[in-house]
Write a protein that binds this ligand. Structure first.
Ligand code: AMP
Length: 405
């Protein structure tokens, strides 16, 4: 497999799948440039070697055809500022302009293609006809460049034209991962295959159903499995606790009970919160009460973990050498229910300072570490929520397989 670190891009045209799916304001300004910054090392390497870069991405979920609010031209100012050069743009990723501008691109220059998802061939890949259209679309993109680099970890779990199919049109020596994907894989593999013990996984968020496979796979790897957030209550109800109006997936009670048994059989300590903050409505200004975790009541819902849980979980985290965190401990978007999540995030940062390796991933836990200013105090923050979870589930991501062959 070709490795970007050792490769010289001098005189080469490189088509790079980046993840520029960034949030935009009502005035179409980039409000968070994290993903653009994530792609810079790869783009800079190509340019500094004396190559040229053709950048392709999706932005949002256009239904069919171009929509102003999903145009990638809106990222040009932010990208241009970060790279310190002018950026060329092709208004249609399949049009003559894209063909001509990529053909005329000189070393050191960057061409950004318009949103790939303005063509359904990019990401509609169910029927045979759709798959055929996707191949044609991917092949055309491949003709713009000598080399293909995939650096969009956030879409590596999708078998789309630009993330997977296009790799078929480049031989093994002409396709590779960018620096960002390499870093993501390294961080995940360290946690999954080369972790220092004790290892603790902290799974929070709303639903058990989203995370069953992840939890199952982690049971073979971790010493401690902490469950928090809304999904706690399915476990509590399954063991006979009273949960009042707290979030619960009735059809997953058996699954929760089964996971508890499996953890026991594998010698994994499954740790549930012991207390909670109850609220009489789903509102920051709700009336609140503290209660044991099994003592919910009608008309109240648990929206955060309580002080005893915080202490219990913090002890486990401080004694861990490897930490994986996905999902908040409560409704952290509301200031009155963020304490559990803030505290866990701070303790992960402290444990990291003491030498633990910590990987934080999944949309909401990443939003939480950013919100609390702790992103640079953990070992690695993953840029791909869904992709990271699928990798941890043990799935082979199509975008990764396409490069490795
Ligand atoms: P997920 O996308 O599954 O990681 O879930 C994240 C969402 O779960 C966040 O928006 C949280 O507000 C929400 N959440 C966390 N704890 C609770 C809870 N106890 N009750 C309801 N929602 C929660």
């Amino acid at each position: 497999m070709q490795i970007i670190d050792n490769y010289s891009f001098a005189g080469k045209k490189v088509i790079i799948r980046v993840d520029f799916n960034v949030p935009l304001s009502a005035q179409y300004e980039v409000t968070d440039d994290t993903r653009i910054r994530g792609a810079l090392p790869t783009i800079k390497k190509v340019l500094q070697d004396g190559g040229s870069a053709i950048l392709m991405s999706h932005l949002g979920r256009p239904k069919s055809g171009p929509e102003e609010k999903f145009s990638l031209k809106h990222v040009i100012p932010a990208l241009s500022k970060l790279l310190g050069i002018d950026i060329q743009f092709a208004n249609d990723c399949m049009g003559k302009e894209a063909v001509n501008k990529s053909a005329a691109l000189k070393p050191g220059e960057v061409l950004l293609l318009e949103n790939l998802r303005f063509y359904t061939a990019e990401n509609k890949v169910k029927s045979d006809d759709e798959k055929a259209a996707t191949r044609v679309f991917a092949e055309k993109l491949s003709t713009y460049a000598d080399l293909y680099v995939n650096d969009a970890f956030g879409t590596a779990h999708r078998a789309h034209a630009s993330t997977t199919v296009i790799a078929d049109f480049f031989d093994e020596g002409s396709r590779m991962f960018g620096f960002l994907i390499n870093k993501e894989i390294k961080a995940m593999d360290k946690v999954l295959h080369d972790s220092e013990k004790p290892m603790t996984a902290i799974m929070g968020g709303a639903k058990v159903s989203d995370k069953i496979q992840v939890i199952e796979n982690l049971l073979d790897k971790v010493d401690n499995l902490i469950i928090g957030g809304g999904m706690t209550y399915t476990f509590i109800k399954a063991r006979g606790g009273e949960i009042g109006n707290s979030l619960c997936e009735e059809d997953k009670l058996d699954v929760a009970a089964d996971l508890v048994k499996k953890a026991e059989a594998k010698g994994v300590k499954l740790i549930l919160p012991v207390d909670q903050v109850l609220a009489d409505k789903f509102d920051n200004d709700a009336h609140t009460e503290g209660a044991d975790i099994d003592s919910g009541k009608a008309g109240f819902m648990g929206l955060d973990i309580g002080p005893k849980s915080i202490q219990l979980l913090n002890e486990v985290i401080m004694n861990s050498k490897t930490i994986l965190w996905n999902g908040p401990m409560g409704v952290f978007e509301m200031p009155n229910f963020q304490k559990g999540t803030v505290s866990i995030a701070q303790t992960i940062a402290e444990s990291t300072a003491k030498g633990a390796f910590s990987l934080v991933g999944g949309g909401d836990s990443v939003a939480a570490v950013n919100k609390f200013g702790l992103a640079d105090k953990v070992s690695y923050v993953s840029t791909g929520g869904g992709a990271m979870l699928e990798y941890i589930e043990g799935k082979v991501l199509p975008g990764i397989k396409a490069i490795r062959g």
